[in-house]
Design a protein around this ligand. Structure first.
Ligand code: 6PG
Length: 239
């Protein structure tokens, strides 16, 4: 892999501001060229400020943008652990995006497998069935153990080559998760990791390198096949 595109900032706030500029530009380009933009948000706590910064802008064409989540916890949408709940509170409820353009995981369905199959069908509706979904902007985070979305170390889900979505199990609660798979992540036009804090530094170093056992650091398996990969870090996380 060529040298990673690494951008280090004094704070998560500064990294978020710079990444928000990048996301706004990419959405604008996609709408210009394709008539729509597709944006995948990551979960957890790191992206919340980025979401707020995106919500403050007046240069994003939300009516032409589709928003999805790279993963979800199998909890009700109004649960504090829900990535969709976080995305709504920090971004989606504050921007003029048509409800039909927001595609949450259906955690109200009976099982995680039902929800994963529903999202597969939703992706097929959005992108067709003949090729992998190719997101214009895909935002990711990384756990201290090297996981990204809900692809966890040594998980069989890392070897999935056919399905675009899977149910997985986390070691932490809520254990039942839903995730997009590596083929989908690696089909994106632009993948951006936003990472902050010294607790992520070791995982980040492995993820940006070529670890001998990448299955132990799923973020190291994110290598877009025909897209860009950029790391947006605060100084705490920077290697
Ligand atoms: C999730 C996320 C997950 C997240 C990392 C980092 O559902 O938790 O999608 O992959 O990006 O766990 O989370 P923090 O930003 O909270 O450290």
């Amino acid at each position: 892999m060529s040298d990673p595109d690494l951008r280090v900032f004094p704070s998560l706030e500064a990294a978020g501001r710079a990444l928000a500029d990048e996301v706004a530009g990419a959405i604008g380009d996609a709408v210009e060229v394709n008539g729509r933009a597709t944006l995948v948000l990551s979960g957890g706590s790191t992206p919340q400020r980025l979401h707020e910064l995106l919500a403050e802008r007046d240069d994003i064409r939300w009516p032409r943008t589709h928003v999805l989540l790279g993963d979800e916890r199998f909890v009700p949408h109004d649960s504090p652990g829900s990535n969709y709940c976080m995305a709504r509170r920090s971004l989606l409820d504050d921007v003029p995006i048509p409800p039909a353009n927001v595609h949450p995981w259906r955690t109200d369905l009976p099982t995680p497998e039902d929800a994963a199959l529903d999202m597969q069908a939703e992706l097929e509706r959005l992108f067709g069935r003949d090729a992998l979904p190719r997101f214009d902007v895909l935002l990711l985070g990384i756990g201290a153990d090297g996981h990204t979305v809900s692809l966890f170390p040594d998980s069989p889900s890392l070897a999935e080559e056919r399905r675009w979505t899977l149910p997985t199990l986390a070691s932490d609660e809520p254990r039942k998760r839903l995730t997009m798979t590596l083929p989908v992540l690696n089909a994106a036009r632009a993948v951006h990791f936003l990472v902050a804090g010294a607790d992520k530094r070791a995982a980040l170093r492995r993820a940006m390198g070529e670890p001998e056992q990448p299955e132990q650091c799923p973020a190291a398996l994110v290598r877009p096949t025909d897209g860009t990969l950029t790391w947006w870090l605060d100084e705490g996380a920077a290697p």
